[in-house]
Design a protein around this ligand. Structure first.
Ligand SMILES: [Fe+2]
Ligand SMILES: [Fe+2]
Length: 230
């Protein structure tokens, strides 16, 4: 059966409700439990943000601050962790192991914790935003890292071309546009030492748990606030 909106009617099991032709399991029509039992929820009688009072916003701001201090790093780590068992499309290691291997190399080489964490997350967006994954990682960490490492994350993908010398579609023209930038050499060196070579199946790679304290420390830094890149 095709419904009025053009979508086929979903198959429903016993006990499922239908409202306006949409299926529901009853669980999505209830308040979400809160992260802390001592917190308060804005009343359901205020269905839009326009209804919120100044006290509501103060309450939300306070609870949001505590929520992020507990959950932000774990959310970032969890996103990386979802890639643990994703198949490789031809490399010896998948993207998850590449990230861990790269971060292990940076750690072993004596890089500071900020750069190790940047290295860990440098390709975290590769599976969902391959062409812009540098910007993805840069935005994820932007509030907590130096301008130098932000630039590195954002542009690192262009520097890899230098090492793909037999790639049939090699094009380093984009990279040349960045030559002269004060962070160019820092990024080129990082790619050479920790990115283009962290694709080895037998490398002695540290597990994600090893990096967790560093990640939590980085996300506990004061945020630089909203950053809008036009
Ligand atoms: Fe990358
Ligand atoms: Fe990479």
């Amino acid at each position: 059966m095709i419904m009025g909106n053009g979508y086929p009617a979903p198959a429903l099991g016993n006990g499922e409700k239908i409202q306006d032709g949409l299926p529901g399991d009853g669980k999505l029509n209830q308040p979400t439990p809160m992260a802390s039992p001592g917190w308060h929820q804005v009343e359901e009688a205020k269905p839009t943000m326009e209804d919120f009072t100044a006290e509501d916003w103060t309450l939300l701001s306070r609870q949001k601050k505590d929520f992020y201090s507990e959950h932000q790093a774990e959310q970032a780590l969890g996103f990386l962790r979802t890639q643990e068992h994703v198949e490789s499309f031809g490399y010896q290691v998948n993207n998850y192991r590449h990230c861990l291997q790269s971060a292990t190399m940076a750690y072993r080489d004596g890089c500071d914790e900020e750069l190790v964490v940047c290295t860990l997350f440098h390709d975290v967006g590769y599976l969902i935003s391959p062409d812009n994954h540098g910007e993805f990682a840069a935005t994820l960490l932007a509030n907590y890292i130096s301008n130098k490492n932000y630039w590195l994350l954002k542009h690192h993908q262009y520097f890899l071309d230098v090492h793909a010398r037999n790639h049939p579609d090699l094009d380093t023209a984009e990279l040349e546009k960045f030559r002269g930038n004060p962070f160019f050499e820092h990024t080129a060196e990082w790619v050479r030492r920790y990115d283009q070579n962290s694709i080895q199946s037998s490398y002695d790679t540290a597990p994600l748990e090893f990096f967790e304290p560093m990640v939590k420390k980085l996300f506990s830094r004061p945020s630089k606030g909203k950053i809008l890149n036009s």
